[in-house]
Design a protein around this ligand. Structure first.
Ligand code: C5P
Length: 238
């Protein structure tokens, strides 16, 4: 999957996850497992999803001392997931350790999971960044600086807003992955996302992958909505 639409499986347990996926029988999906589902079910949920043939983004956003992140990434690579992430705020050495841990944990003949970094959480406003994190800079500058640090540490990309993709690509190069949540179709409930774009707009802005949660998981007909959003993301007219 070159430019995947990643479905965020934000469910509390494996039972609900299986219930949701029933409708997608036979489809090879790219799914995202976050903290809630992973902390409830552990590696068994990953084994289940792999058995179904799905690609997996394990979204645990690691942020710790380099040695701990190295060891944790070694374990995550052993699960055979496709994509993992860290907080860029952990710094250069931590991100290098993440990559080395993934390399060490990847079995011979397998591809190491790609690793991307969160620059600033989309819930962090510039005001919070200045007042609480004591970063006296413009938010977009910080995103670009952290993306550059991520690239220099040998990681594969960042999680960011689609609206930040053009400036990241212009500063860091377009070989760098930009995985973008905050995706909605026109008329969808935005829920708690502050700035949203359509799949089509995300493609125009140059995102390499989009992450879609509630627009699909809470749709009346998730499979139909998935196909619609995927077509719009891929630029296919339906
Ligand atoms: O339901 P919705 O489409 O808003 O879900 C987006 C998914 O992407 C959620 O799993 C959320 O945790 C994740 N995410 C995000 N913003 C980030 C990083 C991850 O919305 N900056």
């Amino acid at each position: 999957m070159q430019r995947p639409l990643i479905i965020a499986l934000d469910f509390p347990n494996l039972l609900d996850t299986k219930g949701f996926l029933k409708e997608f029988a036979g489809e090879k999906l790219f799914v995202k497992v976050g903290m809630e589902l992973f902390y409830q079910e552990g590696p068994s949920v990953i084994r289940f999803l792999k058995e179904q043939g799905h690609s997996i983004f394990l979204d645990l956003k690691l942020h710790d001392i380099p040695n701990t992140v190295y060891s944790a990434m070694k374990r995550l690579a052993g699960l055979g997931v496709d994509l993992v992430n860290v907080h860029a705020a952990g710094g250069y050495e931590m991100m290098v350790a993440a990559r080395e841990g993934l390399e060490a944990g990847t079995a011979m003949g397998q591809t190491r999971p790609k690793c991307i970094a969160v620059t600033q959480l989309t819930s962090t406003t510039e005001e919070v960044m200045r007042r609480e994190l004591l970063i006296e800079r413009n938010l977009l500058d910080v995103v670009v600086e952290y993306a550059t640090l991520t690239k220099n540490s040998g990681l594969d990309g960042v999680v960011c807003s689609s609206l930040e993709v053009p400036v990241i690509n212009s500063k860091v190069g377009n070989k760098f992955m930009t995985v973008t949540p905050g995706i909605r179709q026109p008329g969808d409930d935005v829920f708690d996302q502050a700035r949203v774009v359509t799949p089509e707009k995300a493609r125009e802005l140059g995102s390499t992958a989009i992450v879609v949660g509630r627009s699909i998981t809470r749709a009346n007909n998730p499979l139909h909505t998935y196909n619609q959003m995927k077509a719009s993301w891929e630029g296919v007219r339906v």
